[in-house]
Design a protein around this ligand. Structure first.
Ligand code: ADP
Ligand code: MG
Length: 581
């Protein structure tokens, strides 16, 4: 461990200058970085009133020798760099020697610290306005405890612009979780107003920490890529919503990086959910000394970063894209036919396709109660019930080996994609029963809500109860006590739907639109998953029943994803194709 020393003025002048402490979370960030640089294995962050009254960060790291305490709070005094060339490859999170000094000038600061090899520690207290800090010796355990009180007490204007305690705390809790993710081998604990809010054990893998934060429903997808001399690790939790929440990390730092973001957005416009990108790049290839709060970096070769991140995100996203999602309405590329817009005397225009790109009517809750059952079997029996209506006008000709069903109706030959047709039928059934109203089901076992969702519940619990969700709060943790019955009826994951709803609420703020949109997407997927496969073999009666049910649908010509259910070949066309005309 190097000693703290004042940086030479020529080196100090090369350090990115500017505001470091903007709000409580900036203090927490600086103090956490110091604890990590000091190799702390257990770090506890306690904040009061969202950090506006007190912030305490405690670690079990290397400590500060008593005789260096005074230097530690001076401007441009650091143990992490000493010469200009050190700026070329910074391997610690801090290097500016400015944080403690900046904090001390806008708050009351107290530092208690002891190095592991000394028998007692030191306590420094510094009130703004006082020239000299007071330093005494103290009995304390090895490590460092920094307490920052009354932040901005001497800057009333700045104080006025702080958010609510809850808003400030949300920022802090995201930050602590991000650090827990970056340093899974370090144990982090976060306490707010004396209540435990989050902790990581410090012996987990990144995946375990990530899943404790995001939850594992829907499943998180991972992709690791080593190319162009760098390593890109991508974690993606897809769920429906209008946008993707991207977190970007470079060499163990939490940064806002436009290159990584642009690369992620370039790979697939349809990305939605949570995305975390971890980039590890040789320290000589990245300049971290460009932003006073170390929130941005500059790459030597940003085009290769862009390319590698895009490749990694494309890979991880590719594994989540469902077949149907990419095959939206303009699907008559098959060349075989042009899509008819009338069938059985009804006409259908592009606007009536309720594919995922076109919204239709209001959302609909489910009626049936949920029981464990074999959905596939039930679906089958529903579809195959033939109520001896006449099919005189249509003849079933057979099934192609590839699965398509062939019908003849009047002067037209019809080819049916039985999976797409079944999807459409399911979709409309679900929609019809949903329209009868939301019913709630009380859970016998409370289901815990993952930390990344909990923070939104303070704000949205009431709106979500209109969508059929009930919550109870125990200590600082949230639990689900009631769910809408349609979740079980549709075999939808509780947390998955909740997450989608919250994402929607956050981005568009209105429940009716959110619920509608989220469920809309879910139904389409659900209808797809529950539908029979194209390759299933069918008896004539079954095929005719399917045809009949499709005919009754409001939008029979397309599946909910927008793929055609039927292809029509009329006699005129056949005659032409055979050269008879
Ligand atoms: P920087 O981190 O950029 O060096 P700071 O003002 O944050 O500047 O800290 C000044 C110095 O105080 C650090 O270089 C380090 O030597 C010491 N220090 C600060 N916090 C801790 C800590 N938690 N444990 C050990 N040393 C610390
Ligand atoms: Mg620091």
């Amino acid at each position: 461990m190097r000693h703290i020393q004042r940086l030479h003025s020529s080196l100090a002048s090369k350090i990115a200058a500017g505001e470091v402490i903007e709000r409580p979370v900036s203090v927490v960030k600086e103090l956490l970085e110091n604890s990590i640089d000091a190799a702390g294995t257990r770090i506890t962050v306690s904040v009061f009133q969202g950090g506006k009254s007190d912030i305490i960060v405690e670690d079990d790291g290397t400590g500060i020798p008593v005789d260096e305490l005074e230097l530690a709070v001076e401007s441009h005094a650091t143990s992490k760099i000493s010469a200009e060339r050190d700026l070329e490859s910074i391997s610690t999170l801090g290097y500016r020697g400015e944080a403690l000094w900046s904090i001390s000038s806008v708050s009351r600061l107290e530092i208690r610290s002891r190095t592991p090899d000394s028998s007692s520690g030191g306590i420094l207290s510094l009130q703004p306005g006082e020239k000299e800090p007071r330093i005494d010796s103290i009995n304390c355990s090895p490590g460092t405890r920094v307490q920052v009180s009354d932040l901005f007490f001497n800057l009333p204007a700045r104080r006025k612009f702080q958010g609510s305690a809850r808003g400030e705390f949300t920022r802090i809790s995201r930050l602590v979780r991000d650090f827990a993710l970056l340093y899974p081998e370090t144990g982090f604990t976060l306490i707010h107003d004396d209540r435990d809010v989050f902790s990581s054990l410090g012996c987990n893998t990144k995946r375990e920490v990530l899943e404790s934060i995001w939850g594992d429903e829907p499943s998180v997808l991972y992709y690791d890529l080593k190319e162009n001399g760098m390593e890109v690790e991508v974690c993606y939790q897809p769920f429906s919503g209008k946008r993707v929440n991207i977190s970007t990390f470079v060499n163990g730092r939490i940064v806002r990086d436009p290159v990584i973001r642009a690369a992620a957005n370039a790979c697939d416009a349809g990305l939605s959910g949570n995305l975390a990108v971890f980039l590890n790049i040789p320290s000589g290839n990245v300049d971290v000394n460009i932003h006073p709060a170390k929130a941005e970096v500059r790459f030597k070769n940003s085009s290769s970063v862009f390319e590698s991140v895009r490749n990694a995100v494309t890979n991880v996203a590719g594994s989540s894209v469902q077949e149907g999602r990419n095959i939206l309405a303009g699907s008559s590329k098959s060349g075989l036919q042009s899509m008819p817009f009338s069938w059985n005397g009804r006409s259908y225009t592009q606007g009536t396709y309720d594919s995922l790109t076109c919204r239709v009517s209001a959302p609909p809750p489910f009626e049936e109660t949920s029981e464990k059952r074999n959905i596939a079997e039930e679906e089958k029996s529903q579809v195959w019930q033939i109520d001896s209506a006449d099919f005189e006008d249509v003849t079933y000709t057979g099934q192609m080996r590839a699965g398509y069903l062939v019908f003849e109706k009047g002067r037209t030959l019809l080819l049916m994609d039985l999976h797409a047709a079944h999807e459409r039928i399911n979709f409309e059934r679900v929609k019809a029963s949903f329209e009868k109203g939301i019913k709630k089901q009380v859970l016998t076992d409370l289901q815990p809500v993952s930390p990344s969702l909990s923070e939104f519940l303070e704000e949205h619990a009431e709106e979500l109860s209109e969508a059929g969700f009930g919550f109870v709060k125990n200590g600082g943790s949230w639990f689900i006590s009631e769910i809408p019955t349609f979740l079980a009826d549709l075999s939808l994951g509780t947390l998955e739907v909740l997450r989608s709803l919250i994402a929607e609420l956050e981005s568009c703020g209105s429940l009716s639109t959110s619920l509608e949109r989220t469920l809309w997407l879910k139904w389409a997927d659900m209808a797809c998953k529950r539908s029979i496969k194209l390759t299933s073999r069918m008896e004539a009666e079954e095929a005719l029943s399917l045809y009949r049910q499709l005919e009754k649908c409001n939008n029979p010509l397309f599946c909910p994803h927008g793929r055609p259910t039927l292809i029509f070949l009329d006699l005129d066309r056949l005659t032409r194709e055979f050269g008879r005309k």
